[in-house]
Design a protein around this ligand. Structure first.
Ligand code: BGC
Length: 561
């Protein structure tokens, strides 16, 4: 993953939500104990739909609630979340759960359900809360997305703060068995990289098993990677996925829906479930389309058919509807989006995508940079100035490390409309660059390229190299709130898992052979036609790569004690 872009593409943002209908029913009663607003928005396909509801309590505080309505047609709820649903004929009753029943005056909560229907799918015209009608005639449908109300206190600003992370016992066992006991207790993300991963591939733990294990560990948060978009990884081959470019329907209903249904189980309501949304996809639309030197036909296809945008919006909608679930969108890394030509357009694309989601920008808790990449957290001996920008390594970028990029990109995102509370994550799993070759001081050379090359801690041949990097080490251990605006340093790529095979290996995972993982390849436009810096003898992406794991331990920075 991770292509280095040379130029920006014109981004054609064509996609908006399919069949989004939004109505609002409101009534305020002067002295009533119960007064309420209910929002009801629908995302539908031919014979089914997902509805998201928001309740705002405008009356006296309640300690539990019952929401009721009658369907207009033959709609039938198949599964609901954030409430106990029952349906009798057209009548639906939803009772609050232990954690979301208490609603102070002006407090809000959200819930939702999946349902089937045939014929028309008109919205209910009236709702009651604890027996009192929140009625009135439906307001005029509005094209402007209404933010889903978030109950104060139930959705943390920084889900990493003040709690311990879930340790994936399967990764930990591999790490421990391969000499990594010293780091096997670190929280790493679980990659839901195909539909079968939801239930567990070949006897491995599925999503429920991981969430149950997180509960039994007493973890306060658990991290997952949502990674199965149609036409996945359009600029590279090593992480191609199982879904073809037009498989949006499968993505939504066979991948996202079951994930959302499990994450919405009230059993997990006290666990903060953190999702990294679709590494590489939106960044690829910015940089690898429309005739740029790095463009690929696959990325053009995904740009034109809108399925990355629609898929990400669908994921945001379904996952944000669950109040203990957090969404972080992948935002590339400094040597991808750090150039002026990519930086602004990427933030604009992300903002447009989020604004097209039901809850708008509020469906995004933050962004992650450096996912599965090797860019240094900090280059202690290099400052980006007019003198250093023309160097071959920096190549006119404004940033030379992830700390500076993450902070600047966050500011840009906020000025493009994201909430000022968004936080950044930095994947520090493999960006340590320690060991004997790490420079300990700035070079004294007066030649700018020599100066940069002798001073930089990132030892890659080129910052566009991304596969199984020779010389890399573990980076900062996962840390909550390490700096202003940074929600956490995280280990999203589990150290020890390959980025891609160094030779072609037949497989049934949809994985291709990307020559950026071949140490003998001379590179392409996305890495300035440089050597790949990849280690030899690598297995398929996601598979255990022992030699790499040992190198990561040896070159860890900070060192592993
Ligand atoms: C692979 C996934 C794998 C993940 C974590 C990705 O590059 O495509 O299959 O789960 O890395 O190792």
């Amino acid at each position: 993953m991770r292509a280095r872009p040379l130029n920006r593409a014109t981004v054609v943002l064509s996609a908006l939500l399919l069949g989004l209908g939004l109505i609002m029913v409101a009534v305020t009663q002067a002295r009533a104990a119960v007064a309420c607003t209910v929002t009801y928005s629908v995302n539908q396909w031919s014979n089914g739909f997902t509805a998201n509801l928001g309740i705002t309590n405008l009356g006296d505080a309640v300690s539990s609630w019952t929401l009721e309505w009658d369907f207009a047609g033959n709609q039938q709820v198949s599964q609901g979340w954030s409430g106990t649903f029952s349906q009798s004929g057209k009548h639906v009753t939803v009772k609050s759960l232990s954690y979301n029943g208490s609603l102070a005056t002006n407090a809000s909560t959200s819930l939702g359900f999946n349902a089937s229907f045939s014929g028309t799918n008109d919205a209910p015209t009236s709702f009651t809360l604890n027996g009192t009608t929140c009625n009135g005639s439906p307001g005029t449908p509005t094209p402007t997305p209404t933010p889903t109300p978030t109950p104060p206190g139930s959705h943390a600003d920084n889900p990493y703060a003040g709690g311990k992370g879930y340790v994936n016992s399967e990764w930990a066992a591999e790490a421990r068995a391969d000499g990594g006991s010293a780091i096997a207790g670190q929280p790493t993300a679980v990659w839901l990289d195909r539909i079968a991963a939801i239930n567990g591939v070949s006897g491995a733990m599925g999503l429920r098993a991981h969430l149950d294990a997180a509960l039994s560990q007493g973890a306060s948060y658990a991290q997952f990677v949502i990674y199965d978009l149609p036409g996945r990884d359009c600029a590279a081959l090593a992480s191609n996925g199982e879904l073809g470019p037009t498989d949006l329907d499968k993505y939504e209903h066979q991948y996202i829906d079951p994930i959302a249904a499990i994450m919405a189980d009230s059993k997990y309501a006290n666990l903060k479930i953190i999702n990294v949304i679709e590494p590489d996809s939106l960044p690829n639309l910015v940089t690898n389309t429309n005739g740029t030197p790095g463009a690929t036909a696959e990325c053009d296809t995904m740009n034109q058919n809108g399925n990355y945008v629609k898929g990400v919006q669908y994921a945001l909608n379904k996952l944000h509807a669950i109040s203990n679930v957090y969404n972080y969108i992948d935002a590339g890394h400094h040597a991808w989006l750090g150039w002026d030509s990519n930086f602004g357009p990427a933030a604009t694309l992300f903002a447009n995508v989020a604004k097209g989601a039901t809850a708008g920008v509020s469906s995004v808790d933050g962004f992650i940079v450096n996912t599965a990449n090797y860019s240094a957290l900090k280059e202690p001996f290099i400052t980006v100035t007019d003198q250093t920008r023309p160097s071959k390594w920096i190549d006119w970028n404004r940033y030379v490390d992830e700390s500076s990029f993450a902070t600047a990109f966050r500011n840009q995102l906020i000025s493009d409309g994201f909430n000022s509370g968004i936080g950044m994550l930095i994947d520090t799993s493999r960006n340590g660059w320690g060991g004997p070759n790490r420079p300990t001081k700035a070079s004294t050379s007066t030649d700018i390229n020599t100066f940069i090359n002798e001073s930089r801690v990132d030892r890659r041949p080129h910052a566009g190299d991304w596969c199984n990097q020779s010389g890399s080490g573990l980076g900062e251990r996962p840390t909550a709130a390490p700096a202003a605006g940074i929600d956490a340093y995280v280990w999203v790529k589990p150290p020890g898992e390959s980025d891609g095979s160094s030779t072609s290996i037949p497989n049934d995972e949809g994985k291709g052979f990307d020559r950026m993982c071949d140490p003998t390849y001379g590179g392409n436009a996305r890495n300035g036609n440089s050597p790949t810096g990849a280690l030899a003898n690598a297995p398929l992406s996601g598979h255990w790569f022992s030699a790499m794991f040992h190198q990561l331990l040896t070159n860890a920075y900070p060192p592993v004690q």
